[in-house]
Ligand binder design. Structure first.
Ligand code: HEM
Length: 486
């Protein structure tokens, strides 16, 4: 006997469409969890979708090997752009395995440490720009952190400089990516039958994809011909020259292009959201702000920041983790039970000994709610307290509410065993988590070393904008050079 999954009653044909604010789905899904509890269903797009958000349920889904990743929302739409990219690949795609095995070492902690000079180069451009603009310059926080993260991933992934801090116009490649992301978002929020009628938007989308693929293709061709004379050990080098340890094969150009575009998309939106939320939280929590700045002063001092400082910045790291807990930029991801080879089979799996979930049914994990589950985080789970995220403090938390347990497939060969929950799950967890954290620690440290920050509007109330990921909206701040800094 199974128990029906609760949820709001739907309407004929449109199901629960009216229960969802399509421009703010994450907040809306979280609100529904408050009403219907840690598991509920919505009838959307012709099927029942299941939403889960407690540690107990998420832990079960993350540890049962039947559950595999299913791309959802904008990610599903991006399959059209990067069909064989790591982020968008459907479960079981051969090219995913080849790219995952080939690229995992290139994203390991040591490889990422080697990218420190490029990361520092771009972070220093942010410092210069803010210093030159002066203390009365109103900084659009999410916009400038997007400049920082895009320039960093472009330099580290494909040895390309966008120089976004030096110009007001966006590089055409960035324009193309923004068009792609916007269209993917729009398509994910309307019924699929409408898309063929949107001729102008479709043409713009296809042109942007063609342009992004051409630029990425040119980078590969140059590297293959070594025309730039570079011997850089960056991500392009890893994709072009490394072989899959299992098949002994190199990645095809199509797969490399898919992944280059993937890294640019997946690698900037999220980290820019993380930094923006962190700065908001610090500017509204003076105690944490002072502790963090004191730590930077003690560890780094006034001199140049070095790679060996990063490991000693425990409070900076804890603050970033706490920002990721309260505001995970990639707040919802999807899994589905794979029970046999027939995707339309009626077979089902029983969750928590009572809820039936059909083969191929989408289960959405709501991490914003999960990360505040009082059963795991206690009664102060809504509060920003970096202390709870110091290295020793979160080890006792139950599995899969914060730290990833043994992921899908029990595959401990992947770096996923060390990944934190805001970075997803198991073998399909984020390949770029070390990259993101190193970049974010470095940027936070150098910015707090040089500047004092304050909200431009002291009464600002956090508004979250949802695109592929979440970011604060309308958040502006002032940056004033600190005494003794030149
Ligand atoms: C996957 C979060 C930074 C590349 C994911 C997933 C999450 C995530 C939740 C799993 C999505 C799913 O299951 O559908 C984040 C966060 C970041 C971040 C919160 C920053 C704070 C990065 C960076 C890169 C990157 C910097 C690249 C340089 C990827 C890729 C995947 C992925 C390629 C797909 C992995 C696979 O399925 O094999 N990320 N990410 N991410 N991320 Fe990240």
């Amino acid at each position: 006997m199974t128990t029906p999954i609760p949820g709001p009653p739907g309407w004929p044909i449109i199901g629960n469409l009216r229960d969802v604010d399509i421009n703010d789905t994450v907040r809306c899904f979280g609100d529904l969890a408050k009403t219907y509890g840690p598991i509920y269903k919505l009838h959307l797009g012709g099927d029942d979708r299941i939403f889960i958000s407690s540690q107990e349920l998420v832990n079960e889904v993350c540890t049962r090997k039947e559950f595999v990743k299913i791309p959802i929302g904008s990610l599903k739409q991006l399959q059209h752009v990067t069909p064989k990219g790591l982020f968008t690949a459907p479960h079981g795609l051969k090219e995913w395995g080849e790219a995952h095995r080939t690229l995992t070492p290139a994203f390991g902690p040591l490889a990422v440490q080697d990218m420190f000079p490029e990361m520092l180069d771009v972070a220093s451009q942010a410092v210069l720009r803010w210093a030159r603009a002066g203390e009365n310059n109103k900084i659009n926080v999410a916009e400038d952190f997007t400049r920082l993260t895009l320039d960093t991933i472009a330099l580290c992934a494909m040895d390309t400089r966008f120089n976004s801090f030096y110009k007001d116009d966006l590089d055409p490649f960035i324009e193309a990516m923004l068009t792609i992301l916007k269209e993917a978002q729009v398509r994910s929020s309307r019924p699929a039958f409408v898309t063929p009628f949107m001729r102008d938007a479709n043409q713009k989308f296809e042109d942007a994809i063609a342009y992004a693929r051409k630029v990425a293709g040119d980078v590969i061709a140059k590297r293959r011909a070594n025309a730039s004379g570079t011997q850089k050990k960056d991500l392009v080098d890893a994709m072009v020259n490394r072989t899959d340890p299992v098949t002994g094969k190199k990645l095809s150009d199509d797969v490399i292009i898919d992944n280059m575009i993937t890294f640019l998309i997946a690698g900037h939106e999220t980290t820019s959201g993380l930094l923006s939320f962190l700065f908001y939280l610090l500017m509204t929590h003076p105690g944490a702000y002072s502790k963090l700045q004191q730590e930077v002063d003690t560890v780094v001092g006034k001199g140049p920041i070095k790679v060996e400082h990063l490991g000693k910045l425990s409070y900076v790291k804890a603050s970033l983790r706490e920002a990721l807990r309260l505001h995970p930029p990639a707040a919802v991801w999807g899994v589905t039970p794979l029970l046999n080879d027939d995707k339309d089979s009626d077979e089902h799996i029983v969750l928590a000994n009572k809820y039936a979930i059909r083969q191929n049914q989408t289960v959405l994990v709501l991490t914003t709610t999960l990360h505040r589950d009082p059963a795991a985080f206690g009664d102060d789970g809504e509060e920003f307290k970096p202390e709870r995220m110091l290295d020793d403090s979160f080890q006792a938390l139950p599995k899969n509410c914060w730290k990833v347990g043994r992921g899908f497939n029990g595959d401990l060969q992947t770096k996923s065993a060390n990944v934190l929950k805001p970075f997803g799950n198991g073998a399909r967890a984020c390949i770029g988590s070390d990259f993101a954290l190193q970049e974010a620690i470095l940027a936070t440290a150098i910015l707090f070393q040089k500047f004092d920050f304050r909200l431009a509007d002291p009464d600002y109330k956090l508004v979250i904008r949802q695109t592929l990921t979440l970011k604060p909206h309308g958040l502006f701040m002032y940056a004033k050079l600190r005494d003794g800094i030149d």
